[in-house]
Design a protein around this ligand. Structure first.
Ligand SMILES: Nc1ncnc2c1ncn2[C@@H]1O[C@H](COP(=O)(O)OP(=O)(O)OP(=O)(O)O)[C@@H](O)[C@H]1O
Length: 758
């Protein structure tokens, strides 16, 4: 019940009327002792025969205490009537108050028993009052709800749909769509009370076979007006209401042996009652601080009755049985707190009908305006806020789209860069290879013009990194042309050594031009995988010896070729795979000399070296020869063919280049590498000084290599080591057959030189 329209509210502090009713022991408690005694109309005392050391008070005093022999009538008369009749009392004084009467206690303590009686007596007294005041016109309305499992249900309707709670600024919390019956007479009210009783949730518990499982709130609203003013514009209407609240049991679920449905009910009941206890406790301390009315529907609905503008009476029911001592104490503690609560005790002073009409007209006009103008004050702000949000959303969506586009663009650029980088990297490596090749080719060309060096396959790839020149299998190398000296000893190589035309990334495809030049597809070459540097290729390229001049600027190599050290190279096969960088991998910083570390032999004397060379001429391993002859000029490198009768004549455009692959001819003054039959790679150590010379490096750009003998005619022969010191050996040659992709080394031309250099 709110203050009611047309009424002026005046505040008056008042306390909740608290009484305790102790029922007699029932059949279940017949063997139990009664621990409580009502020693006075206001005091109940604990008198247990069982020793109890609990530190609880023994005496409790309230507004009224009713013993087991007290009737409900007496309880009503002394504990609730005054509050109940507040709704009609004072009408003649033009004021009245709302009222609420609660029954609180554990299950089977007699709440329903008591509240039913109080409600009936109240209704009787109200009707009695009405009958005694014929000068006034009364209208009584009745509504009933129950709160079951925190759902509000209309007890006057068969529709069990939960009802919503609404917050009305003037009426407080109201129940939406709640049925409100206008009472015809007392009998009508009795019928409705019977209906509520039938509708209410009842279940059997361990303590009560007809336990009320919900909180029930019956509301009687009384409207009255002075009859003589009715219809004359001078009458006043008084509106007030009284709530009869029968709470569900306050006991713990365990005490009622609750399970399943009963347990769930218990949890909700306890939640509502817990909040009720908090509210009452908080109110008992004063009005400072937050009062948790909204924590439960029970306290929301009864807010005005708990510390609000209603007069309130609480009847706490209890059992005297010793077995319920704990719950009895809890009930008494709740009653003690409730006793301390000071209500607002607002008095609703009646306004004149004229004033009420004015007030109603103003309110009606305000509501009509709100309905007619959807964009009125509150609506306008909401609409504007929504528009702003819409604009913000659109802006963010646009930004998101732009960011996505930007991201796609960047991603695409990144992909291009990565691809370009990969291309560059591959091309760079290819270029390096070609560069080294070109250098070697240039060197080869130069050497050919001055002296002959051994070559097995000019299509072999090479790799140069960090000052190390590394050639893949089958590549050909020539020494520095300036300081070339020719060994004076040659050994015939076995006949009919076949060298297939390699199918390798570093070998050109079979797209030789008719004019004897080859067109290389650099990309194709560059991107072909290392695996395509096939073992077949490795096996087929044979017999290359590399002589390194002792003045090679390769420091690592010098370290490896430490004098007096003898290293053995068991399998060149392994070297070729490990030592040469694969097209798709970053070349290791480790030089090939490191990779060959345990595979190189160094001979202390030339006799030993020569003997070993000769012995291994056919199947011997790669060797490093320590050459001591002073006949060798500095800075040159030689290639020595092994066990192959390879002669290679290079015709156009360098017909003067005729290199002959010789077998294990080692006459370098410095260290030399010799490849055995099993060799799969050739090695070149080119003095860094040569590369450092811009003239040299600039002479053969990568592109030049493609114009360098692109295709050897069948039976090409190159002389190697022709002559003695002048390196004009044209008698040793290697025949290469390019038929069907094969290069056949079918003949080794004896080196005419008879002066093997020692
Ligand atoms: N003062 C009393 N005198 C005689 N009998 C009583 C008294 N109070 C309650 N009873 C009886 O005790 C039983 C339980 O009472 P009631 O149903 O009112 O308890 P309750 O507190 O409402 O229980 P619940 O919370 O389970 O609904 C009923 O049979 C009732 O008749």
């Amino acid at each position: 019940c709110g203050g009611g329209m047309g009424e002026k509210v005046e505040a008056k502090e008042e306390r909740i009327m608290v009484s305790v009713r102790m029922r007699p022991l029932n059949g279940r408690e017949s063997g139990d002792s009664s621990d409580w005694e009502c020693i006075s109309p206001t005091t109940v005392m604990f008198r247990s025969t069982v020793p109890d050391r609990a530190m609880f008070p023994t005496a409790y005093t309230y507004d009224r205490v009713f013993g087991p022999n007290c009737s409900t009538r007496q309880v009503y008369e002394e504990g609730a009537k005054e509050v109940a009749l507040s709704v009609v009392n004072g009408i003649n004084c033009m004021y009245r108050r709302n009222a609420s009467i609660f029954a609180y206690g554990q299950t089977s303590s007699g709440k329903t028993y008591t509240m039913t009686g109080i409600t009936e007596y109240s209704v009787m007294d109200i009707y009695d009052y009405i009958e005694k005041h014929p000068e006034r016109e009364f209208m009584l309305k009745f509504s009933a709800i129950e709160i079951y499992n925190e759902a509000v249900r209309d007890l006057l309707s068969h529709d069990t749909t939960p009802l919503r709670l609404l917050d009305d600024p003037e009426k407080g919390t109201t129940v939406e769509k709640l049925t409100e019956e206008t009472l015809r007479d007392k009998d009508h009210l009795r019928d409705l009370l019977g209906m509520c009783e039938a509708q209410r949730q009842i279940g059997e518990t361990a303590l009560n076979e007809a336990s009320s499982r919900s909180h029930q709130i019956l509301r009687l609203t009384i409207e009255s007006s002075v009859k003589q003013y009715l219809g004359k514009g001078k009458s006043s209407t008084l509106v007030s209401c009284v709530n009869f609240v029968d709470l569900a049991g306050s006991e713990r679920a365990s005490q009622t042996a609750s399970a399943g449905m009963r347990l769930k009910e218990g949890s909700h009941i306890n939640r509502s009652l817990l909040t009720l206890g908090k509210v009452v406790r908080q109110l008992s301390k004063g009005r400072n601080g937050h009062i948790p009315y909204r924590d439960s529907k029970l306290t929301r609905i009864l807010q005005s009755s708990l510390g609000g503008n209603a007069r309130t009476a609480i009847v706490c029911t209890m059992s005297p049985a010793h077995t319920h001592i704990e719950q009895s104490r809890n009930t008494l503690l709740f009653a003690t707190c409730a006793k301390e609560v000071v209500t607002n005790a607002q008095v609703n002073v009646v306004m004149s009908d004229k004033a009420l009409l004015k007030h109603l007209q103003r309110e009606l006009a305000r509501l009509e305006n709100e309905l007619k103008l959807p964009e009125s004050a509150s609506c306008t702000s909401h609409v504007e806020a929504l528009r702003e949000k819409d604009a913000q959303i659109k802006k963010l969506e646009k930004q998101l789209r732009e960011l996505i586009e930007e991201k796609d663009t960047v991603q695409s650029q990144l992909n291009c860069l990565l691809k370009s980088d990969a291309d560059d990297h591959a091309n760079d490596r290819a270029a390096k290879r070609w560069d080294v090749r070109s250098r070697s080719s240039e060197s080869l060309a130069r050497n050919a013009s001055e002296e002959a060096l051994s070559v097995s396959d000019t299509y072999g790839g090479s790799y140069q990194d960090q000052g190390h020149a590394v050639f893949d299998e089958s590549y050909v190398f020539s020494a520095d042309h300036d300081d070339l000296s020719i060994p004076n000893q040659t050994i015939d190589l076995p006949q009919q050594t076949r060298v297939r035309k390699p199918i390798s990334p570093w070998h050109p495809p079979s797209n030789y031009s008719s004019d004897g030049t080859e067109s290389y597809n650099m990309k194709e070459v560059a991107f072909r995988s290392a695996s395509e540097v096939s073992e077949e290729h490795c096996r087929e390229v044979q017999c290359i010896e590399v002589h390194e001049h002792r003045r090679s600027t390769s420091e690592e190599f010098n370290v490896l070729l430490h004098e007096g050290t003898k290293l053995h190279i068991p399998e060149v096969e392994d070297i070729s795979r490990d030592a040469f960088p694969q097209p798709d991998e970053v070349p290791e910083a480790v030089s090939i000399t490191e990779k060959m570390e345990d595979r190189i032999k160094i001979y202390p004397s030339k006799e030993e070296r020569q003997a070993e060379i000769i012995a291994n001429a056919v199947e011997g391993p790669i060797e490093v020869h320590q050459c001591e002859s002073d006949d060798f000029a500095d800075n040159f490198v030689k290639l020595y063919p092994c066990d192959s009768n390879i002669s290679l004549d290079v015709g156009k455009p360098y017909p003067h280049e005729c290199l002959t692959v010789k077998r294990c001819i080692t006459s370098s003054k410095d260290s030399a590498l010799a490849r055995s039959q099993s060799c799969r790679a050739s090695f070149m150590i080119i003095p860094n000084s040569w590369f450092d010379d811009p003239e040299n490096t600039g002479q053969t750009p990568p592109g030049e290599i493609f114009r360098y003998p692109p295709r050897r005619p069948d039976k090409v022969r190159r002389s190697l080591y022709q002559g003695n010191d002048d390196c004009q050996n044209n008698n040793t040659s290697v025949d290469l057959s390019a038929d069907s992709g094969e290069v056949v080394c079918d003949e080794v031309v004896k080196d005419t030189s008879t002066n093997e250099h020692q």
